[in-house]
Write a protein that binds this ligand. Structure first.
Ligand SMILES: [Zn+2]
Length: 82
């Protein structure tokens, strides 16, 4: 008996892709499947447009702070090495 590889279907373009490829996002009981980064970002951009700005702003700001913290840590590490 061969091991059956599960297949997924991209929700944006309908392309079928095997497990281990593509991007699969689970939000509680909702599963979003994307065969490529391109389909993922297309969907995400649409999603962001639909979320009220006041709801998303706080999360975006927090994430922005996390990234700028990472960047400054990386810059410090770089300057130590030189
Ligand atoms: Zn796709």
């Amino acid at each position: 008996m061969s091991v059956e590889k599960s297949k997924h279907r991209c929700i944006v373009c309908g392309r079928v892709f095997p497990s281990g490829q593509g991007i699969i996002i689970n939000i509680e009981d909702l599963t979003l499947k994307f065969h490529s980064n391109r389909c993922f970002s297309k969907f995400t951009r649409e999603l962001l447009k639909k979320i009220p700005p006041q709801e998303i702003k706080g999360y975006a700001k927090r994430l922005l702070e996390e990234y700028s913290e990472l960047l400054s840590q990386r810059a410090k590490l770089k300057s130590k090495k030189i």
